[in-house]
Design a protein around this ligand. Structure first.
Ligand code: UDP
Length: 329
């Protein structure tokens, strides 16, 4: 298929692009490189440097790519930042995304695959979380993604746009070539691995008074390549709707740190800090629906395997993409 990918220079997008190309698809990437890195875009893909807010550019790029499917990763995705700068989230994730939805309709795109998040649920009534749980986000990031989900539903009903929206739990790990490099890193696993690499003296634990067995937040970590595979399955005609993507296993912040110690063989000092605003205590997926309806089978469900691939990538690329040859990296 001809696949148009927004945010294909970002962490999740870049590895999905790699997997799409490996599966024989033709890929055009649109990315403004504010978060992404030019060097993270597989050279087999066509690259367009541009912004989703530019409606004319978006429409022209989708048309030129002869897209049969759109994968929409481009977004701001930090819970903490969304609590201090909500406008950024509603503008970029909702308003600019609308340009892409309109382009999909005008260009007759057959399938729209959207990166949503478990943050659309807010603190759940029960875990593991199924897709039918009420969605009550407690931060603007989750709210912005929920708003886009609702727009997608209306475009499906009124324009017949077929979509798959994946509610990601915590993406982590690396492929052989591509990995996680945020210019300002806020995510747990890369920050913990920075200590193991000797790039930081200690990591931080945000909150030790949550109602969990060890007092720290519990998350469901999913390997980035497994996440990418689900997107490829979602491209099949007739696949439609909302799907959670996680492994069904919850790990606390302290458990993640001790797993990183085990995998790296290094001691990792941790400093206890207050809670980070906007964080629900426990998010664990049921991905039964993706297994049943898409035939999704995660290959790397264990946290050890996820951390091991992340560690391998960070050790090989201690500065991430910073030293790469591309001018916009
Ligand atoms: N966290 C932490 N220290 C860090 C980064 C994150 O304790 O340096 C916690 C955070 O509060 C959350 C969990 O680790 O409970 C996962 O956070 P992350 O930012 O990786 O992903 P999120 O769940 O926000 O998407």
């Amino acid at each position: 298929m001809n696949v148009f990918v927004t945010g294909g220079a970002g962490y999740i997008g870049s590895i999905c692009v790699e997997e799409l190309l490996n599966a024989g698809h033709h890929v055009t990437v649109l990315d403004n490189l504010t978060e992404g890195h030019r060097a993270a875009v597989d050279p087999r893909a066509k690259f367009i440097h541009g912004c989703l807010s530019d409606a004319a550019l978006v429409a022209q790029s989708v048309r030129d790519s002869q897209a049969e499917a759109i994968l929409h990763f481009a977004a701001n995705a930090l819970v903490g930042e969304s609590m201090t700068n909500p406008g950024k989230y509603f503008r970029n994730n909702v308003a600019s995304g609308l340009n892409l939805l309109d382009a999909a309709v005008v260009c007759g795109v057959k399938k729209f695959v959207f990166s949503s998040t478990c943050a659309t649920y807010g603190p759940p009534d029960r875990v593991p979380m199924t897709e039918d749980l009420p969605q009550r986000p407690i931060n603007p990031y989750g709210e912005s993604k929920l708003m886009f989900e609702k727009m997608l539903n209306w475009y499906h009903q009124l324009h017949g746009l077929e979509f798959v929206a994946f509610r990601y739990f915590n993406a982590a790990g690396a492929s052989g070539k591509y990995g996680e490099h945020h210019r300002i890193e806020t995510h747990l696993i890369p920050n913990v691995l920075k200590v193991a690499l000797g790039q930081a003296a200690q990591c931080e634990i945000y909150g030790t008074d949550y109602p969990t067995p060890d007092g720290t937040c519990i998350r469901d970590y999913i390997h980035i390549v497994d996440l990418a595979q689900a997107h490829i399955l979602g491209l099949a005609p007739g696949k439609q709707g909302f799907f959670n993507l996680g492994n069904g296993d919850g790990y606390s912040v302290r458990q993640v740190i001790s797993t990183c110690e085990k995998i790296t063989g290094r001691q990792i000092a941790a400093f206890e800090k207050p809670r980070r605003p906007g964080d629900p205590p426990k998010l664990v997926a049921s991905a039964e629906k993706a297994v049943r309806e898409l035939g999704w089978r995660p290959k790397f469900p264990k946290l050890e395997e996820i951390v091991a691939t992340a560690w391998e990538w960070h050790r090989k690329h201690p500065t991430g993409y910073a030293d790469s040859a591309f001018p916009h990296s």
